[in-house]
Structure formats: C-alpha cells, structure tokens
Write a protein that binds this ligand. Structure first.
Ligand SMILES: [Zn+2]
Length: 311
C-alpha cells in the first residue's frame, strides 16, 4: 500500500486519473491525493521527472526516499523491481571503472617482489637518488599492465562484486535477526535492540542501499574534467555512506544510530574483503580510506560506549 511521503500515513492511491478530462499529456487529467492526516499532497513526486528526483536524492530529502522506496520501487512479492536490477548493474559497471582508475594509481606494497625488481635496477645502488625515485613511481599500474586487458577487467569485476556483496549481506543478515527470539553471541537483548533494528525484508534493504548509492555516478564528470582521482573517490565514497545511512533510517524508521551501526559494519567488512582480494594478488591497497574507516569505526565504538555506559 502506498504511503504519504510527508507523514508515512497509508493511502489507497496516490492520484486519481480522469481519463475523459483535458489533454492528459499536459497532466490535467490527474489529481493528486490529499493525505487525510497531514492534509498535504500524499506524493508530489509522481508528477516530477527523473532530474528533480535525482537532485532531491543527492540532497537527502526524506520525502524522495519514501517516494522511491515505498511508492515506486516497493513490491509486495519481495522481489527486486526491474529498474533496481538495471541500476544495480549500472552502478557495478561504473564502480569497476572508478575502482580500476583509483587502484591503478596506488603505490605497490613494499614487500611485493615485483616492486623490488622494478625499484632496484641493476645499475643503481640501493639508496641512491635514482633508486628512491623509482621506488616512488612504482604503482599498481606497473603490475596490472603485465596482464591482458580482459583479465584486468575480470579481476576488477570480481573485486567490485565481492565488495558489494560483502556490504549488503551483513546488513541483510543482521536485520533478519529477531531479538525477541534469540540474540547472537549472548549479547544483552537491550544492547542488541539499541544497536540493530529488526527488519525481516531483505529486498527493500538492498533497494535502499542501491538507490542511495546513486551519488557514485557523480564522478562521471571525471571523464570531462581531470580531477585528483583518489581524493575525489574518497569524497564520493563518504557521500555515499552518508546517503546509505539516511536511506536505511528512512526505510526502517530506526533512528540514525542504528542505521549508522549497520552501514558501519557493512562498510568495514567491504573494506576488509577488498583489501584481502587486492593483497592476495600482490597489489597495494592504499591507506587513506581504510584508515579513515577504522578511525570512524573507533569513534563510533567510543561514542556508543559513552552513550551505553553513561552513569
Ligand atoms: Zn500525510
């Protein structure tokens, strides 16, 4: 059942269509439903086009999220809407491009044998200025370009797919646990309920995470302008995380703390999986985003601790 995007009150229909009224292409044959509770239009976004939706999505307006998650993409049979499947594939392929461009520029790990063979040319003694310079420029690109292009593409596809799965799966799993039945690891039920919301519908959760990851499409501008890629990729990934938290909060009405904990767990696991895959083939993982994630995680832990154990 659709809801009023202003106050979440369920409404029967979002608009009434008058088929024999004026020219429908001008929108005159449609009348928006007024919410019986808040007396505003139940869903003004049925009349708006995609550009307006996208701008409001980036601005994290709760109404546009409610419109998308409940009134447009929500289904009763717990399956993905076709447009979400398409968006998921688009985001995945775009992520491959962005991750590839970012990883290529990172420097190789110090212990990689490939790096030492590049960094210590036979005619340069260790510690000489030329050796130091060679060490500075040894990036992942040198190691990647030794492989055929198709293999490089498949590797990044695998990396991005496993990262995405390791982000969605823990969130879906944690929300499926009903604390009234059993709480894992013997945690106090109250603590679990404070940190993890119960939401037994995994498909809307993934839909919310995908819709809120639309900000990922912003670096498409990188094709037009030449930005500093690693820093803009970090900025975009933080913007996406903020959007993810907002989307989960709006979907489950769970409060920002619990949505933040879920996204924190998912993002932490995603980082672990990504760095494991990269390290297993001897590529450098970079430190910026990883360390900032750990930093945020520790801050979150500290903050949660201070909230829970306040005397
Ligand atoms: Zn209302």
């Amino acid at each position: 059942m659709p809801i009023c995007i202003e106050c979440r009150y369920p409404v029967k229909t979002l608009y009434t269509e008058y088929s024999k009224a004026d020219d429908r292409s001008l929108g005159k044959g449609v009348r928006l439903t007024q919410c019986p509770r808040c007396k505003r239009f139940a869903d003004k976004y049925v009349e708006h086009d995609f550009v307006v939706l996208f701008i409001d999505l980036v601005l994290i307006k709760p109404q546009v999220y409610r419109h998308l998650l409940f009134n447009r993409l929500g289904r009763d049979d717990d399956k993905f809407d076709r447009s979400i499947v398409r968006l998921g594939i688009l985001l995945l392929l775009f992520d491959v491009y962005l991750t590839w461009a970012r990883i290529e520029k990172l420097s190789l790990p110090l212990i990689a044998p490939h790096r030492s063979s590049h960094a210590s040319p036979s005619n340069a003694t260790a510690g000489s200025p030329s050796a130091v310079r060679a060490q500075e420029v040894a990036t992942n690109a040198a190691r990647l370009q030794a492989q055929p292009l198709i293999l490089q593409y498949l590797f990044f596809l695998l990396l991005v797919t496993s990262s995405t799965l390791s982000f969605h799966m823990p969130i879906r799993l944690l929300c499926s646990i009903n604390p009234d039945r059993a709480v894992p690891a013997g945690l106090p039920r109250k603590v679990w309920k404070t940190l993890i919301p119960h939401y037994p519908h995994p498909t809307p959760l993934s839909t919310a995470l995908l819709v809120s990851s639309c900000t990922k499409l912003f670096p498409i501008l990188l094709i037009i302008w030449d930005y500093d890629l690693p820093s803009s990729a970090t900025a975009v990934s933080w913007a996406v995380i903020v959007n993810n938290v907002a989307a989960l909060e709006i979907l489950m009405d769970s409060g920002y703390l619990r949505a933040g904990v879920l996204v924190g767990v998912g993002a932490g696991l995603r980082s672990l999986v990504a760095s494991f895959v990269l390290k297993s083939v001897g590529l450098g993982t970079g430190t910026g985003e990883w360390h900032s994630l750990i930093g945020v995680w520790r801050e979150l832990e500290g903050w949660v601790g201070s909230v829970l154990w306040r005397p």
